[in-house]
Design a protein around this ligand. Structure first.
Ligand code: C2E
Ligand code: MG
Ligand code: MG
Ligand code: MG
Length: 290
């Protein structure tokens, strides 16, 4: 790797003085090279985490979370390759692959749950996004009302991204703000954003400890959502106490390891036994890889 990095850096002598930069660029280049065509080779795996009604524990939808099974590196978590895909532009096709996979996987799921798919900033900035999302969802046969797209505050950077979200919502797709509270958007901005759902970031759920200070941010987000008539989904629920507190604060929905870790389709729908759509089987994930 060092030699590869040195070669690549050769053209930019300044990089030789910043080894961390060389490593980053070389790693990016190597990963990006491997990531190109990963979907076509069946290396991308989409796991599903239920989003449950906190009062009953019943799932109302599922968030699609991608994994990359690299032939040499093994299972690569999204935080290790999504940023690279974002920097190199590979995220656009990768994102459409995940969307298509998720819609196809869940279109016939019992109870007609909604499907929640993450959308990166770069995807939101691409002019063909609305067209490509609509055709992917139509091809899968999923009603637009059953799709939620998750965007972070930092992705909604300009008028164009707001117009795009308006367009998507015009077709019945719902928009969730992911990791809400961790970005830098002003609260004033939020009142005019075309969104339906606020996802309370895991860090604020982790602070819930029965004290007013611990619940301060979660409570503020929930109140804000109530006034703006938005739904809230709490992320990263790990204890029954957190669920009790969220319900008391007025948050009706959530996801987290307390309920289920993200799992392959077959495991999420245990009684389905096999892929719900035998015509389009998903790549399998072994027990050891989870
Ligand atoms: P996210 O969208 O905020 O997803 C929630 C993350 O929290 C997931 O991590 C999930 O496994 C994890 N999580 C859920 N419940 C718990 C819990 O109770 N405790 C803890 N400690 N963690 C919990 P994951 O799957 O590693 O994904 C990380 C991030 O990668 C996601 O954060 C999302 O930003 C990004 N990502 C994943 N799949 C995609 C994708 O298809 N497209 C894009 N653009 N980003 C994706
Ligand atoms: Mg998400
Ligand atoms: Mg999140
Ligand atoms: Mg998060």
């Amino acid at each position: 790797l060092a030699m590869y990095a040195a070669k690549r850096a050769g053209a930019h002598s300044w990089m030789k003085h910043d080894p961390s930069m060389v490593d980053r660029r070389a790693m990016d280049a190597l990963l990006a090279e491997d990531l190109t065509g990963a979907a076509g080779r069946g290396e991308l795996i989409v796991l599903y985490q239920p989003i449950v009604d906190l009062a009953t524990g019943n799932p109302s939808g599922y968030e699609a979370l991608v994994r990359w099974r690299h032939p040499v590196r093994g299972l690569v978590p999204p935080l290790d390759f999504i940023p690279v895909a974002e920097r190199t532009g590979l995220i656009y096709d990768l994102g459409l692959y995940v969307l298509t996979r998720a819609c196809t996987d869940l279109v016939h799921a019992p109870g007609s749950p909604y499907v929640s798919v993450n959308l990166s900033p770069r995807q939101l900035q691409t002019p063909t996004l609305v067209h490509d999302v609509l055709s992917a969802v139509k091809r899968a046969g999923l009603p637009m009302e059953r799709l939620v797209l998750e965007v972070t505050e930092s992705a909604i950077v300009d008028e164009k991204s707001i117009v795009t979200l308006h367009e998507l919502r015009g077709h019945g797709i719902r928009i969730a703000v992911d990791d809400f509270g961790t970005g830098y958007s002003s609260l004033h901005y939020l009142t005019r954003l075309p969104v339906d759902i606020l996802k309370i970031d895991r860090s604020f759920v982790a602070e819930l400890d029965g004290t007013p200070t611990g619940s301060a941010i979660a409570e503020a987000v929930i109140r804000l959502a109530q006034v703006l008539r938005l739904r809230t989904i709490a992320e990263g629920i790990e204890t029954a106490d957190q669920t009790r507190e969220l319900l008391a604060l007025g948050c009706p929905t959530g996801q987290g390891f307390l309920y289920a870790k993200p799992g392959p389709l077959e495991a999420v729908f245990t009684n389905a036994g096999r892929s719900l759509d035998p015509a389009h089987p998903s790549p399998k994930l072994s027990e050891a890889e989870r």
